[in-house]
Design a protein around this ligand. Structure first.
Ligand code: SF4
Length: 154
């Protein structure tokens, strides 16, 4: 097996984040994986049709809907982006993803609590949930070493 890795596009320094802030992940492992041609990037929110910059959005704990700070429901765009990410995984037989922690799309162990008060709670973003349900293992910038041990193994 030669594993490709689905990657949050913002880790490549692309201007896709909600606040237009550039956030490149500087990791020797990522460099190696790029050189090995493993990386398949996607920003689920941009792929789902949202713009850069865009309003911050958080998942509401009761409804599970993704609502922006001014009250717009952007769940549809988030779901569309998640579906596109899953499709990419299927096209490339991807078993592993590295997604940005705490994002309402990409978070794998933490998300914001829906109150826009900068409070994180345990949870998964919309794309992470869909990929996990499909059997894809989702990692974040915090556990790249763990993924490195699993690559190309049965
Ligand atoms: Fe990065 Fe994911 Fe947010 Fe896009 S949706 S900017 S890939 S964390």
């Amino acid at each position: 097996i030669f594993d490709k890795i689905l990657l949050s596009r913002c880790f490549l320094g692309d201007n896709v984040r909600y606040n237009s802030e550039i956030l490149a992940l500087r990791s020797p492992l990522l460099k190696i994986w790029q050189q090995e041609n493993r990386i398949i990037p996607i920003c689920p929110e941009v792929a789902g049709g949202l713009s850069v910059p865009r309003e911050p959005a958080e998942q509401q704990p009761n409804s599970g809907q993704i609502i922006t700070i001014s009250g717009s429901n952007v769940s549809k765009a988030f779901n569309e982006g998640a579906n596109k990410a899953l499709l990419l995984c299927q096209q490339h037989s991807i078993r592993f993803a590295v997604l940005k922690e705490s994002s309402p799309s990409c978070g794998s162990t933490l998300i914001y609590d829906g109150s826009f008060s900068n409070t994180k709670i345990p949870g998964q973003g919309v794309t992470s949930v869909l990929l996990t349900q499909a059997g894809i293992r989702v990692f974040s910038e915090n556990n790249l070493d763990e993924l490195a041990k699993l690559l190309d193994k049965n």
